[in-house]
Ligand binder design. Structure first.
Ligand code: CA
Length: 536
């Protein structure tokens, strides 16, 4: 619905002769094109323009409108002579509304970033954003090199029409979520860290039956997850399966049709029946982790790095609490795999009303230089970070111990905003405690756990780009399949219907509802994804 309104507005707005949108001098275009981005010695040519120049910008990350007074952006303006003025008022708190309002006005900001990649690409196809391919080729050597070295970044940047309409924000750390277990409970029961799914079953059974919290009650909830309501199949990963599509050897498969699915669901049903999984896994919601750790009943979870923070947060309430990150348990075939990963996210593009796209792409390129990357990741030297005696960057006490999170502090300076940049991940690595750092380093040191050939996963679903005609068809088919599969899975786990008895009719129902065509569409989208990673 929203998309079709946007489309209509775009057709109306951009079919008309373009009105001057930028506030920069018209001579700036000539200035931007006059010289190459780099000096002869390979260093970045600064300033980018001779006279201070301001471009208009639309960005409202997490409902935090772009603010030209942020120290990082003041510093960027000083170095480059380029600054940006937000077209959104600082009091705006509705990104979607502001975006649609801008489109309907027909006056586009020079630079546009938005939360939804598909909306930015459709704006591009309708002529509201310019293709950046040639500009990158000619004026953005740092972005070009970055794309060559990071295929997933190039893939995410490229639309199904082959054009690049926005520069994404890359996430350098591949880790997103981790397995965490109560080390104090393992110690108390004399158990080792489980390394396989079978060992995990034994450990969870001991957590269930042997009273590790020592209160004389059988109240332990061995395995829990606060995302259970939105990813009901996350524990199926333990048996290398899910209720979604997956890529195996370049072929898209739908996992419920595969053998592993039978193994996974059969075990999950058993685990739930035996009390190893939170009885309220589907309904307990976002507070699960707070509740179950504070009441000293939760034993193990799969979650973000912040899970280790409970060791100190709950030190008073749960004496001896010790949560540690562990390797993912190997599946029934002995393979260790971690399916959750970080992927590039949406960044920013240049509108068709910008009068000097060359200077803007140079600015965007500067963000990918070493100095630019430091500035947008670490913030301001002497404020948020310093360089220690070994030449290593460290966050200041002010950044680590303000009343905000470290990331929040960095954002208050204008760092780590949602722009085209490389998020190097130090904000996670250096902002957690020793336990968290060890966990991140453990996962980071095992690239073989991560299947780099998978396209992006968002909340456990493939995040592929479809051709417009495929997309409609795909949504229609999956609208029939997805709710059906989720409902069946839940009924098997909760024991309201029998998996084995249902299985054959379940499979034939999937075929009847069009799963084979959905697989074909995903295969086309995946093939496109692979091809768009090959930068020439
Ligand atoms: Ca107990």
């Amino acid at each position: 619905m929203k998309k079709s309104i946007v489309l209509l507005l775009c057709l109306l707005a951009f079919a008309l002769p373009l009105m001057a949108g930028g506030s920069q001098e018209t001579t700036a275009a000539a200035a931007g094109e006059a010289r190459p981005t780099l000096n002869e010695d390979g260093s970045f040519h600064l300033p980018i323009v001779d006279e201070p120049t301001t471009f208009s910008i639309f960005l409202n990350f997490n409902n935090m409108p772009f603010d030209s007074s942020w120290p990082v952006w003041q510093e960027l303006a000083e170095r480059t002579n380029i600054s940006f003025q937000s077209v959104i008022s600082q009091s705006n708190s509705n990104e979607d509304e502001a975006f649609n309002l801008m489109l309907s006005s027909g006056n586009l900001a020079d630079v546009i970033g938005y939360v939804n990649a598909a909306d930015l690409e459709s704006l591009g196809r309708d002529g509201g954003l310019i293709p950046l391919n040639d500009l990158i080729d000619q004026y953005a050597p740092n972005i070009k090199a970055f794309m060559e070295e990071n295929p997933a970044f190039a893939q995410y940047a490229t639309s199904t029409d082959g054009n690049i309409y926005f520069i994404p924000k890359n996430q350098m750390l591949r880790t997103a979520e981790f397995w965490f277990i109560r080390q104090d409970w393992l110690d108390k029961l004399g158990l080792e860290v489980p390394t396989t799914v079978d060992e995990l079953y034994d450990v969870l059974t001991a957590f269930r039956n042997e009273d590790p919290n020592g209160n004389g009650l059988k109240d332990e909830i061995p395995l829990f997850d606060r995302a259970g309501w939105k990813m009901p199949d996350e524990y199926l990963y333990l048996w290398d399966t899910s209720i979604e599509f997956y890529v195996r050897d370049g072929k898209v498969v739908y996992e419920p049709l595969e053998e592993n699915f039978k193994t996974g669901v059969t075990n999950l049903v058993k685990w739930y029946r035996e009390g190893l999984i939170d009885p309220e896994i589907f309904t307990r919601g976002a507070k699960s982790r707070d509740t179950l750790l504070a009441s000293n009943v939760g034993g193990m979870t799969h979650d973000w790095i912040s899970t280790v923070d409970y060791n100190s947060k709950l030190a008073q309430d749960v004496p001896g609490l010790k949560i540690v990150g562990i390797a993912p348990p190997a599946d029934q075939n002995g393979v260790v795999k971690e399916r959750t990963m970080s992927y590039p996210i949406v960044g920013w593009g240049i509108s068709s009303q910008c009068e000097d796209p060359v200077s803007v792409i140079k600015f965007m390129d500067y963000i990918f230089t070493e100095e630019g990357t430091t500035l947008v990741n670490w913030g301001i030297e002497g404020v948020s970070y310093y360089v220690d005696e070994n030449g290593e960057k460290q966050f200041t006490d002010e950044a680590l111990n303000s009343d905000q999170t470290t990331v929040g502090f960095l954002r208050s300076l204008g760092a780590l905003y949602r722009i085209g940049m490389n998020d190097t991940g130090e904000n996670q690595l250096y902002a957690t405690n020793d336990e968290g750092r060890a966990t991140i380093e453990l996962y980071n040191s095992h690239p073989e756990w991560y299947d780099e050939s998978q396209p992006p996963y968002a909340d456990g679903e493939l995040d592929l780009k479809y051709l417009p005609e495929d997309e409609t068809r795909y949504e229609r088919i999956m609208g029939q399949i997805k709710p059906y599969v989720e409902e069946k899975l839940q009924s098997w786990i909760l024991g309201t219907s029998d998996f084995e008895a249902d299985y054959d009719s379940f499979i034939s129902e999937l075929h009847k509802r069009g799963i084979d065509e959905a697989i074909e569409i995903n295969q086309r989208a995946y093939d496109f994804y692979v091809a768009s990673g090959q930068v020439d």
